[in-house]
Design a protein around this ligand. Structure first.
Ligand SMILES: Cc1cc2nc3c(=O)[nH]c(=O)nc-3n(C[C@H](O)[C@H](O)[C@H](O)COP(=O)(O)OP(=O)(O)OC[C@H]3O[C@@H](n4cnc5c(N)ncnc54)[C@H](O)[C@@H]3O)c2cc1C
Length: 443
């Protein structure tokens, strides 16, 4: 059996490893010059840092855990994750903890929140499928307005009444955080400690992808970097191979893709115009990452702080020292979510640095943050905007792709969930590879 894997990110590499370790021949095609996809590292000032904070939690995904133990051995730091929410000068635990919320809000606001939740119980908000009505009906209007709304709109750039409820359900588990379950959580949050335990490879997340690539190659697989697939070789409804950049064709028994289905669609013949038109309307959030190498200082003790305060424009501030169990700050990064129609996207690197410095000042009160070096990274199409049509459009696409045989799409870009992590991406790749080998895929 010979399989093509498109994309050498976490899901593609995990799939390639699973296949090659079982004797299947695999060619992996990656259009960039390095492996790791969105979870790769970049080298800044002699250190490896990720494009955003990346946590490896390792609490549920057993096959992933086994694989990582196998390739990383003792080359990891172990730490307890600290990533809190910052709002109006206070730190709230993340995931939220009821006692901590009550303590930070004080008695007056807590009473207001409790009153609002009671009103909600007596006169429930009609759920119209938006994140606004969903969260209001889960925890009341007070917490929605004062806790949830500002940050959600900062992230997505559209009002909460234009965002699907699926976002809240999959990202923050609000289906579990009803008023009743808050009381339950107060007395029995058995998983809280478990959710904090993380590992970090000693040379950054990129170490995983480098070692996984080596393993795939030792097992007989090929990894072709800088190789953008040009088309699909069709035999009726079956994808029988791929067209290479030089126009040559390679034939495969199965094609396995971890890149967005919409990208693969461009390789397909006879795509209905209605589908193409719908896909064009999916909007993407862009992300700007401002990395700063600073003189030793102790501003941020967390791995990442989620900045809910709307005066601060950054959505998160990450402290890379903490992933390595190092005290203080050395490289910190402010993360901005924006779009091609917002001014921020065209701001110069120096303007972005000035914005980041101002944000850090508001957030921490620190006047004298001395930046030795800075680097600004722009990411297009980082996250699809979860508007009210997104799920329908994604379903249209995946239904169409399912009509092709000899093909599976996996990984982050092809999921309905919004909290699709690196571990989930790897697990997805492993599971689908096993399905292919057992002949249990849908196609
Ligand atoms: C800012 C940010 C922060 C994040 N933080 C975390 C976190 O804390 N914890 C966590 O678990 N996850 C985090 N993630 C998510 C994590 O990075 C992804 O879940 C993971 O990388 C998904 O892996 P994947 O293989 O599905 O897709 P990708 O990583 O997107 O890999 C797809 C690969 O396909 C390649 N490709 C695309 N098109 C083509 C083509 N036409 N031909 C050939 N190759 C192609 C790409 O170059 C890429 O290498 C974060 C993501 C971002 C953007």
């Amino acid at each position: 059996m010979k399989v093509a894997v498109i994309g050498a990110g976490p899901s593609g590499l995990a799939a390639a490893n699973e296949l090659t370790s079982n004797g299947v021949g695999v060619d992996v095609f990656e259009n960039e010059q390095t492996v790791g996809g969105l979870a790769k590292c970049i080298n800044l000032w002699g250190e490896q840092v990720e494009m955003g904070p990346h946590f490896l939690l390792l609490h549920t995904q057993n096959a992933v855990k086994t694989l990582l133990e196998n390739i990383l051995g003792d080359d990891v730091y172990k730490y307890n994750r600290l990533s809190r929410i910052y709002l109006n000068g206070k730190y709230y635990d993340y995931p939220p903890k009821p006692f901590n919320i009550i303590k930070n809000m004080g008695s007056v606001k807590t009473m207001a929140a409790a009153g609002s939740a009671m009103v909600e119980m007596m006169v429930p908000t009609k759920n119209n499928g938006t994140v606004e009505s969903y969260v209001q009906s889960s925890i009341g209007n007070y917490l929605y307005e004062n806790f949830f709304k500002g940050y959600t709109e900062k992230l997505w750039g559209i009002p909460c009444n234009s965002i699907t409820e699926e976002y809240a359900k999959s990202l923050i588990g609000f289906d579990k955080l009803s008023v009743g379950s808050i009381a339950k959580k107060i007395f029995a949050d058995k998983n809280a400690a478990h959710h904090k335990q993380c590992i970090y490879p000693k040379e950054g997340m990129g170490m995983i992808w480098q070692r996984l690539s080596q393993k795939v190659q030792q097992q007989g697989g090929n990894i072709l970097l800088n190789t953008s697939v040009k088309g699909a070789v069709m035999q009726g409804k079956r994808i029988a191979g791929l067209v290479m950049p030089d126009g040559t064709e390679r034939l495969y028994d199965y094609v396995f893709s971890s890149v967005p289905e919409a990208a693969i669609l461009r390789l397909m013949p006879d795509v209905p115009a209605t589908l193409v038109n719908e896909l064009k309307q999916i909007k993407f959030r862009r992300v700007i990452l401002v990395y700063m190498q600073v003189d030793p200082i102790n501003l941020i003790t967390d791995n990442t702080v989620y900045i809910y305060s709307t005066q601060v424009k950054a959505a998160r501030i990450t402290n890379y020292n903490r992933f390595k169990n190092l005290e203080g700050n050395h490289i910190i990064m402010c993360e901005y979510w924006t779009s091609d129609t917002e001014n921020m996207w065209t701001m110069s690197d120096d303007e972005m640095l000035a914005l980041a410095l101002n944000d850090v000042k508001i957030f921490s009160g620190a006047e004298k943050l001395r930046v030795k070096n800075h680097h600004v990274l722009h990411m297009k199409n980082a996250y699809p905007v979860p508007d009210l049509k997104l799920s329908e459009r994604k379903n249209m696409l995946s239904d169409f792709m399912k009509t092709f045989e000899g093909f599976s799409a996996v990984g982050r870009a092809n999921q309905k969930l919004f909290n699709f992590s690196m571990e989930s991406a790897m697990m997805d790749g492993i599971t689908e590879a096993r399905n292919i080998m057992q002949g249990t895929t849908q196609s």
